[in-house]
Design a protein around this ligand. Structure first.
Ligand code: BGC
Length: 283
C-alpha cells in the first residue's frame, strides 16, 4: 500500500486542464460543495462559463462563483430545488437569459438518507428518489428543450448539447442499508441510457459518471478516522480515496468534443471499486 493510502493524505493536484470548453456554458446542479463544486471549477478551468445551482448555502455558492470568475470566465449562482418542477424551469429560463444558452448539464445534485430497510421511512425513500432521480429527469428535460431549440453550432461544439448524469458505483454495486440511494442510482443508469438512445439522432450526448468513494461531505464517516479509512481501502484496489477534482477533470473531458463519440456510457471513476476487489485473493 502507498503512503497516500496508509496516511489518508489528499492526493497531489492534477495537472491543469486544457481549454476544452471555450465559449460553452455549463449548468451544474448541487455545485456549492463536494463533487458538484469540483465539477463547476473544472468546467471553468476548461474555459466554460458556469451556472452554479444550489439549494441551501448562498455564501458557499457565491464563493464557488467567485473562484470561477477569477479564472476569467462568467459564473453565476441559481438557487433552486431540483426536485421542484417550477423552480427547475425558472432556473433554466434565468440561466438561458443570462448566458444566451446552456451547452452542458451536469445533473449532480444528490443526497443520502440512510436507514436499515424496516426502519426506512417513506419520507426518507421519497426524498432520495425525488432529488437524485426525479431531479435529474426535470433538469435533463429542460436542458434537452434548449439543446433542440438551438441545435448544433459547429463553431462551438460538434453536438447540440451534452448531459452528464452523476451516478455512482451503486448503480451496479448493491448497497444494504442504503436501498433508497442504490435504487435512485440504478434508475439513473437506465434513464441515462434510454435518453442517450432517444436523443443521439439529434446530436445530444448523454452519459454518466459513476464515482466511487470520493472525499466529500456525503461520506465523511467513511474516511475521517484512520480506522474507517483503512476499512474503506479494502474496497479500493488503487489504494487511495478519490478527490473531488478526480471527478471534475473527467467531467470536463466527457463534456468536450474529445469525447464526441462517447454516447450512453457510464464512466466509473472509482479506483477500481467496481472490480470486485474481494475476489483478488479469494474465490
Ligand atoms: C456514496 C458514498 C460512498 C461511495 C462508495 C457514493 O455514491 O454517496 O457515500 O462512499 O458511493 O461506496
Amino acid at each position: 500500500m502507498t503512503d497516500t493510502a496508509s496516511s489518508n493524505q489528499s492526493a497531489p493536484p492534477l495537472p491543469p486542464l486544457p481549454q476544452l470548453l471555450t465559449g460553452q456554458t455549463a449548468l451544474i446542479t448541487g455545485a456549492n460543495s463536494g463533487i458538484g463544486e469540483a465539477v463547476a471549477l473544472a468546467m471553468g478551468q476548461a474555459g466554460a462559463n458556469v451556472a452554479i445551482n444550489y439549494v441551501a448555502g448562498d455564501d458557499a455558492a457565491q464563493a464557488v462563483a467567485d473562484k470561477i470568475a477569477a479564472l476569467g470566465v462568467k459564473a453565476k449562482i441559481y438557487k433552486a430545488d431540483v426536485s421542484d418542477e417550477t423552480q427547475v424551469q425558472a432556473m433554466f429560463a434565468a440561466a438561458i437569459a443570462d448566458f444566451s444558452t446552456v451547452d452542458i448539464l451536469v445533473a449532480n445534485a444528490g443526497l443520502q438518507r440512510d436507514a436499515a430497510f424496516t426502519s426506512m421511512t417513506l419520507a426518507q425513500w421519497n426524498t432520495v428518489l425525488s432529488v437524485n432521480l426525479t431531479g435529474q429527469f426535470l433538469c435533463a428535460r429542460e436542458a434537452v428543450k434548449e439543446f433542440l431549440r438551438r441545435g448544433v453550432v459547429a463553431s462551438v461544439s460538434r453536438s447540440a448539447g451534452k448531459i452528464i448524469c452523476m451516478s455512482s458505483v451503486h448503480q451496479q454495486i448493491p448497497w444494504g442499508g442504503h436501498v433508497n440511494y442504490a435504487t435512485s442510482k440504478g434508475g439513473i443508469k437506465l434513464m441515462m441510457e434510454s435518453l442517450a438512445q432517444e436523443l443521439a439522432p439529434q446530436r445530444i450526448r448523454v452519459n454518466a459518471i459513476g464515482p466511487g468513494a470520493i472525499r466529500t461531505p456525503i461520506n465523511t464517516s467513511a474516511w475521517d478516522t484512520q480506522d474507517a479509512y483503512d476499512k474503506l481501502m479494502t474496497l479500493v484496489p488503487y489504494g487511495r480515496i478519490g478527490e473531488p477534482e478526480d471527478i471534475g477533470h473527467v467531467a470536463a473531458w466527457l463534456a468536450s468534443d474529445h469525447a464526441d463519440y462517447v454516447v450512453g456510457a457510464t464512466l466509473f471513476v472509482d479506483g477500481g471499486m467496481t472490480l470486485y476487489p474481494g475476489f483478488a485473493t479469494n474465490g
